[in-house]
Structures are given as structure tokens and as C-alpha cells.
Write a protein that binds this ligand. Structure first.
Ligand code: 4AD
Length: 466
């Protein structure tokens, strides 16, 4: 086969070299009958290709053919690298390709729903354009999502999903290095795993069933099976009724479950070291991606400490009270209060990432272990980035009688989870774990304003396609 060069690798050191590249035709600019420019894009990189009529190399027909291409068509170009004296505007690579051969591999339809350049602009660009009286096309979120494959071609989107892939990689690598085993639990289950009505019900060969709201029950059952430390990366289904910036009906869950020797803070220790390692990795290895996201959606880099701050729920409530926020005693924090607390913590402790522990038992799922010293509270925690929840976790009840009692109290039909409860009858160690929303981590690390931006093909109460 021939040797192909990646657009991102084209550089001035390759001057006069002959290269072969493939890309999507982002810009097609005729200059005259004898000259045309073509900007080809590959992932986050673009390069300018120049066609100039010259005897035996580039014919006028070839220039005509190039200018007749439709935007986004897939094109192969063979040519020689040149380095112009002036900087090239509008491309990432600062070299040009003097075209010798050009093939159209697949032609795109002439009328695209939107241009990739339009879909790649930042708010700042729009504001500048407005001031100077220039007209730019704004591409709205629904239009983007309706034509997601086109939208995915923008540099910011390549960067977002590059980051997502790295988050998953660090999650697996870190946990494997700490002795955790990757598992896959069933997604078709008999009853709700988190309680509440947010389940997709279905008919399982005549039996009522539902899509798993989390791997919760089965990941705990692997601990009953003697697997001391487990993790899972898999789909989670929530029949959410709320149409918000941070809820999806299907998301990717990063789950962890582990034996606890002495204290549920052992689980918080894993959260702490895992996420500090992850943030360090992203900042060190993904600077191109972060820059690219920043260009379209400007954000402040995440502030985090080498050792993650832990506050108790009561300390959080106290901070809110002192700031004049009214909170229902022992109640759940609403989105606004969480945001406000995030801001207070950020100002006081200089971190956008922290763990809130010791929640009231009444606002946690049935399987949560009550505090030994005060059963009004629980051995549980949530984790926040920029004042929004990315994780909830806890020690679980490993005593079958207490588990049954708590499930009944929380209105769960214990018959649907009897195999789960029975699992604890054969001697199960104390254990705990946590669940992370992958899309939330990426959204909040990158300061994005909507979870649909960090979900490839988002599923929300109003969207099942594409
Ligand atoms: O807080 P949740 O519901 O907790 C559980 O599922 C527990 N089984 C976890 C555990 O091990 N104790 O979900 C965990 C995380 C949330 O913190 C959030 O990041 C994400 O999953 N999440 C959602 N992400 C997108 N859309 C939704 N509808 C989400 N619901 C939860």
C-alpha cells in the first residue's frame, strides 16, 4: 500500500516532500480558471491545498473538477509540501500542499444542513461579528443534534470525545492497578435498583422487567461472590421526566464496589486518588483538546487540590446558612443550593472538586448503611465538580435483616429483589462503592453548559433519534 500522512503531522520540516492525505473538503475557494484553494479537514486539523494550472501537472479541467466538489466530500490529495512566507489564516497546519493529483472518494450532497465552520464558532466570534455588522450563521442545539454526524465533525466535538475516551482509560487503568476487576452486570433486571419511578419497564417473555437504573444490585452481589474489588463501565437507563441540562435517559455509568476493612472513607480515598490522577492526566496529555474546546466554549481550568477536600453535609448546610440560604432540615440540596455551595467552597478552599459526606439517611437509597453513631445520618457521600454532582457513593448494608427492613421502609417491593437480599445470607463482608456519570465528568471538567454536548447521541425525554 501507499504511505498516508495524517493532516496533524504536516509540518515545515516536510518541505518539498511528496505526501498523500485524505480529508473532508471544508472550504472550496475558486480564484480563477487557473487557480483554486481547497481546505481539507481531518479530525481537529486542517490544511490548505493549492491547485495551480501548470503544464503536464495540473490541467484547467482538474481545477474545474476541484471547484465543482461539494463541501464535506471526502477527497484524496497527492502533492508537495510548501511553506509560504506569510501565516496561513483559517487552517491549523502552517504548510500548504501543492496539488499534483486529486480524487473524490465520496461526494457529499450539495445542500448541507449547516457548514462545519458555522457550527464551530464561539459566542465571542458572534459578538464580534455583530459589532462589525457582519452576518454569521448560528447553529442551534436541536439542529446540531438532529444532524449529529455533521455536528460531530467540529474540532470541539472531536476534542470532547477525545477527552471522554481518556477519562474512561484512566478509570480502567487506575482501578486495575489498584486490584479492581472489570465486570459486566445484566441490564435486563426484574425490578428497580435505585427505587423510584424512573425505570423503563418492559415485558421479559411474559415477566415484568426493567432496564437497569444502575449496576448497583449486581455489583454488590459480586462482592458476595468473593470479588473483593470491582468496577464496571456500562449503560445506565433512567426514565427521567425532567428535561434539564444534566439529565439523560441513557448515560454511561462508571461504577466501583469494594470491600471495606474499617471505614467507608476507604472508598472516598479511592475517589480522591482516582480523580486527582485523572485530572492530572487530562491536563498533561490533552492540552490540544482542551484548547480546542476552549476556543469554541471558553472555560476556566478546573481548580483541584492534591488531596481532595472532604466536608460533612452538616458543614455544608452551615456554610449555606451563613450565606443566607434557607435549607429544609435534613433535606436534599436542590440544584441551586448545590451550585451555591460549590461557589462558597471554591472561594473558601480554592477547589472546584470536593466530597460531601455523612448525608441524612432519609434522603439516600434503601441500601445505604446508617451511621453507627447516629442512624439519622448515613455512611454516604456525593462528589461535586463546579457545584454539580458527578458521583454518589456509600457504604452498603451487608446485613440481610436490616436490608429487608430498610427496603420495606423505602417502599420497595422486596419480592422483586429477593435474590439480591438473599445474597447477604451466606456471609458477605462490609463493602461500599460509588457511581460516576461519564458524561457529567466530561461536561463539568470542560465547563460545558449542557450534558447533550458530552453525549455522542443523547437520549433525553424528547429525543430517541438519531
Ligand atoms: O446518584 P446516582 O443515581 O447513584 C447511583 O446510581 C448509585 N447506584 C451509585 C452508587 O454506587 N451508590 O447516579 C450516580 C451518578 C450521578 O452522580 C451522576 O453523575 C450520574 O450518575 N447520573 C446521571 N447522569 C446523566 N443523566 C442522569 N439522568 C443521571 N442520573 C445520575
Amino acid at each position: 500500500g501507499r504511505t498516508w500522512t495524517g493532516v496533524k503531522d504536516l509540518c515545515a520540516e516536510m518541505k518539498d516532500k511528496r505526501v498523500l492525505i485524505r480529508g473532508a473538503a471544508q472550504v472550496i475557494r475558486p480564484v480563477s480558471k487557473k487557480m483554486a484553494f481547497l481546505v481539507l479537514r481531518q479530525s481537529m486539523s486542517t490544511v490548505q491545498c493549492v491547485l495551480v494550472v501548470s503544464k503536464d501537472i495540473v490541467s484547467p479541467q482538474m481545477v474545474r473538477f476541484a471547484t465543482s466538489l461539494s463541501k464535506e466530500s471526502i477527497v484524496d490529495v497527492e502533492g508537495v509540501i510548501s511553506v509560504p512566507n506569510d501565516p496561513i489564516k483559517g487552517t491549523t497546519q502552517q504548510v500548504e500542499i501543492q496539488v499534483r493529483k486529486l480524487y473524490c472518494v465520496n461526494r457529499a450532497v450539495p445542500n448541507l444542513p449547516f457548514n462545519i465552520e458555522d457550527a464551530s464558532r464561539s459566542e465571542t466570534e458572534f459578538k464580534k461579528a455583530e459589532e462589525s455588522g457582519e452576518q454569521l450563521v448560528r447553529v442551534g442545539q436541536d439542529t446540531r443534534l438532529n444532524h449529529r454526524v455533521l455536528d460531530l465533525r467540529t474540532p470541539a466535538n472531536h476534542a470532547i470525545f477525545g477527552i471522554q475516551s481518556q477519562v474512561e482509560k484512566v478509570f480502567r487503568q487506575f482501578l486495575e492497578s489498584e486490584g479492581f476487576r472489570g465486570i459486566h452486570t445484566p441490564k435486563l433486571i426484574a425490578g428497580s435498583s435505585e427505587g423510584g419511578a424512573a425505570v423503563f419497564k418492559l415485558d421479559y417473555k411474559g415477566q415484568p422487567a426493567c432496564l437497569a437504573q444502575s449496576p448497583q444490585l449486581h455489583k454488590q452481589m459480586t462482592i458476595c461472590g468473593g470479588f473483593g474489588r470491582v468496577f464496571e463501565v456500562g449503560p445506565v437507563f433512567r426514565a427521567e421526566d425532567s428535561y434539564t441540562h444534566r439529565h439523560l435517559c441513557e448515560f454511561v455509568g462508571l461504577d466501583v464496589e469494594m470491600e471495606i476493612k474499617e471505614h467507608y472513607f476507604e472508598v472516598c480515598d479511592i475517589v480522591d486518588r482516582l480523580f486527582v490522577a485523572m485530572f492530572n492526566h487530562l491536563n498533561k496529555n490533552c492540552s490540544k483538546e482542551l484548547e480546542s474546546i476552549n476556543r469554541q466554549y471558553p472555560f476556566q481550568p478546573l481548580k483541584y487540590l492534591p488531596e481532595t477536600l472532604r466536608l460533612t453535609y452538616d458543614e455544608g448546610i452551615q456554610m449555606l446558612k451563613e450565606a443566607g440560604v434557607e435549607i429544609e432540615p435534613m433535606g436534599d440540596l436542590n440544584t441551586e443550593a448545590e451550585k451555591k455551595l460549590g461557589k462558597l467552597v471554591s472561594d473558601k478552599y480554592n477547589t472546584d472538586f470536593y466530597i460531601l459526606t455523612r448525608y441524612p439517611l432519609g434522603i439516600r437509597p434503601f441500601y445505604t448503611m446508617p451511621c453507627y453513631d447516629d442512624p439519622a445520618y448515613s455512611n454516604s457521600f456525593d462528589v461535586f465538580i463546579r457545584g454539580e454532582e458527578i458521583i454518589s457513593g456509600a457504604q452498603r448494608i451487608h446485613l440481610p435483616d436490616l436490608l429487608t427492613e430498610r427496603a420495606e421502609k423505602c417502599g420497595i417491593d422486596v419480592n422483586t429483589i429477593s435474590s439480591y437480599i438473599d445474597s447477604f445470607k451466606y456471609g458477605a463482608p462490609p463493602h461500599g462503592g460509588f457511581g460516576v456519570g461519564l458524561e457529567r465528568v466530561v461536561m463539568l471538567f470542560c465547563g460545558l453548559n449542557n450534558i447533550r454536548k458530552s453525549s455522542l447521541f443523547p437520549r433525553d425525554p424528547q429525543r430517541l433519534t438519531p
